[in-house]
Design a protein around this ligand. Sequence first.
Ligand code: HMG
Ligand code: MG
Length: 298
Amino acid sequence: QWPDFIQIKEVGPRDGLQNEKKRVPTKDKIAWINKLSETGVREIEYSSFVHPKWVPQLSDAHEVGRKIKRNPNVRYSALVPNLKGLDLALEAGIDGASVFMSASESHNKSNINKSIAETYPVLEEVIREAKAAGKHVTGYVSTVFDCPFEGKITPEKVIEVCDHLVDAGVDDISLGDTIGTAVPSQVEALLDKVLDRYSSEKIIMHFHDTRGMAIANIMTSMQYGITRFDSSIGGLGGCPYAPGAAGNVATNDILYLLHGMGIKTGVDEKKIEKAALFIQKKLGKTLPSKSLAYAVAQ
Ligand code: HMG
Ligand code: MG
């Protein structure tokens, strides 16, 4: 029994772009996000209020947030690592704040320069302030299957981090296969334990497609009743602190899968294709989505 409806969060402007060396001019990002706003997606992660030296591509988050044309049917969210980031994000305009940390000690350290124990109080403050400002808060947990430095991460460790974030007040949790190593049996092993504790509505799956396993993992997640997935248009992206990682599952590919199976998303595939071609042209390189490549060849 497959779900009737799957909710897609478009993370291309954040996760997709953050690893791109070629700077996309701010006006092009705004035009692109405005296109994405008209595709039917209900949530767009439009940028990241991290330190500009760490992710130079997204150093214009504030201007982007101020200038995009907001569609009232879309939740506009952004990544925030600390109170400084949250203040800037609130000023620029967000409906949702996404906090993030890793289930692996060494990835957490290389990504946000803190141990896991040092991260909790920082995020607790951010979550409290974001909730007080009336914002939706998502907690990302990275490296939930494998860490590029430490190898296997146990479901127990993932749950420990989820528990901290949920106790601190996040509305939902996005579980990240940051480097795209997982296979369906790993997804089963994790969801068996996570869904013992949390309802499937609270969980979002965030698969990177480094080895082409994302669609298989999404199928497995749907069998577990998961109905929310993050995806990146054209498959754009990676993680700057996870060497070799590829982008998220392509929005184009997950839409092809879901619509072909008769599962609704509310997202217009043709409009996604156009928005993917727009950014592909600006970046001057071919995006990895196979569905996009095939559509273009027709
Ligand atoms: P830090 O250097 O430890 O920060 O970086 P600090 O608190 O010690 O501050 C140092 C300086 O940075 C200070 O300035 C702060 O004001 C400034 P100074 O007083 O020296 O002049 N600063 C800031 N400036 C602007 N915006 C801010 C900010 N915060 C501090 N928000 C920090 C810690 C977390 C900031 C840094 O490590 C960082 O920005 N990391 C971001 C890494 C990142 O963006 N990674 C990619 C996103 S995560 C991801 O992709 C995974 C995900 O997709 C899920 C998955 O796939 O698994 C979500
Ligand atoms: Mg990611």
